[in-house]
Design a protein around this ligand. Structure first.
Ligand SMILES: NC(=O)c1ccc[n+]([C@@H]2O[C@H](COP(=O)([O-])OP(=O)(O)OC[C@H]3O[C@@H](n4cnc5c(N)ncnc54)[C@H](O)[C@@H]3O)[C@@H](O)[C@H]2O)c1
Length: 248
């Protein structure tokens, strides 16, 4: 069997690093695309059978050059790179709003388009996009991030319609509270950590590995008929709203 190739954006840290490790364990050669060149290189060294692609996902020409350097069509694309800027929508600058949309939505489009065309030509492939619980129930302060993730979930469904007939499956994962990555500072506060842990029906925060396992499930043959879906990986958090309002 020929070796499979997984491309993970934002694979240099946090959830992306966990996904890169899980893909490597599953036997994929892994391409780590990350704007932080050092982090991408360190992850590639750690995995061994991997390549670092230092690249900003919003830079279409750089993405094309990075893909060309691979010399192969990825079997799996995980669009994981993302940024967040906290604050109210009406208080943020248009410049910041645009940047978050650029990375969290347009960047996913740039990768999905470029790799999707390669997969379509080949007649097979798998794309998993990392969204967020904020796409489903936005929390105050997540502004452009929630808007971008909402767009990402809808774009996932549309890509599924377009690419499904060509043998390419497309799904998304919506993590809840994750103890790591961009939320590391949030959960370093013991009070926040306690309040949020108690709000989760499973009574624990998610790990980066929890998210990686869900991605690997969607990428696997066990999910061969799962297509155009958004898989919540949140310990049940998205369903807990009404139960948190006291009855009297
Ligand atoms: N950590 C959480 O609580 C949480 C919850 C829900 C969803 N998510 C999503 O998971 C994904 C990963 O987040 P994380 O928590 O691991 O964050 P992180 O900040 O630890 O990792 C993000 C990675 O993406 C890279 N990156 C950022 N902008 C980039 C760009 N323009 N081009 C290329 N690479 C870029 C960063 O260098 C970094 O390595 C994001 O899409 C995020 O929205 C995270």
């Amino acid at each position: 069997m020929t070796e499979r190739l997984a491309l993970v954006t934002g694979g240099g840290s946090g959830i992306g690093a966990a996904i890169a490790r899980a893909a490597s364990r599953a036997g994929y050669r892994v391409a780590i695309m990350d704007a932080q060149a050092d982090a991408a290189a360190a992850m590639a060294r750690e995995l061994g059978n991997a390549v670092a692609l230092p690249c900003d996902v919003t830079d279409e020409l750089a993405v094309d050059a990075a893909l060309a350097s691979l010399g192969a069509t990825p079997d799996l694309l995980v669009n994981n790179a993302g940024i967040v800027k906290f604050g109210h929508l009406v208080d943020m600058s248009v410049k910041d709003f645009r940047r978050v949309l650029e990375v969290d939505l347009v960047g996913v489009y740039i990768l999905s388009r470029a790799v999707g065309l390669m997969m379509r030509a080949r007649g097979q492939g798998n794309i998993v996009n990392i969204s967020s619980i904020n796409a489903i129930t936005p929390s105050l302060g997540t502004n452009a991030y929630a808007a971008a993730k909402g767009g990402l979930v809808t774009m996932t469904k549309l890509l599924a319609l377009e690419l499904g007939p060509h043998g390419v499956r497309v799904n998304s994962v919506s993590p809840g509270f994750v103890d790591g990555g961009m939320s590391t500072a949030v959960f370093a506060n013991p009070r926040t950590r306690d309040i949020r842990t108690k709000a989760v029906p499973l009574r624990r925060l998610g790990s980066t590995e929890d998210i990686a396992q869900a991605v690997m499930f969607l990428a696997s043959d066990a999910a061969a008929y799962v297509h155009g879906q958004d898989l919540g990986v949140d310990g049940g958090l998205v369903h807990s709203l009404l139960s948190q309002i006291p009855r009297d």
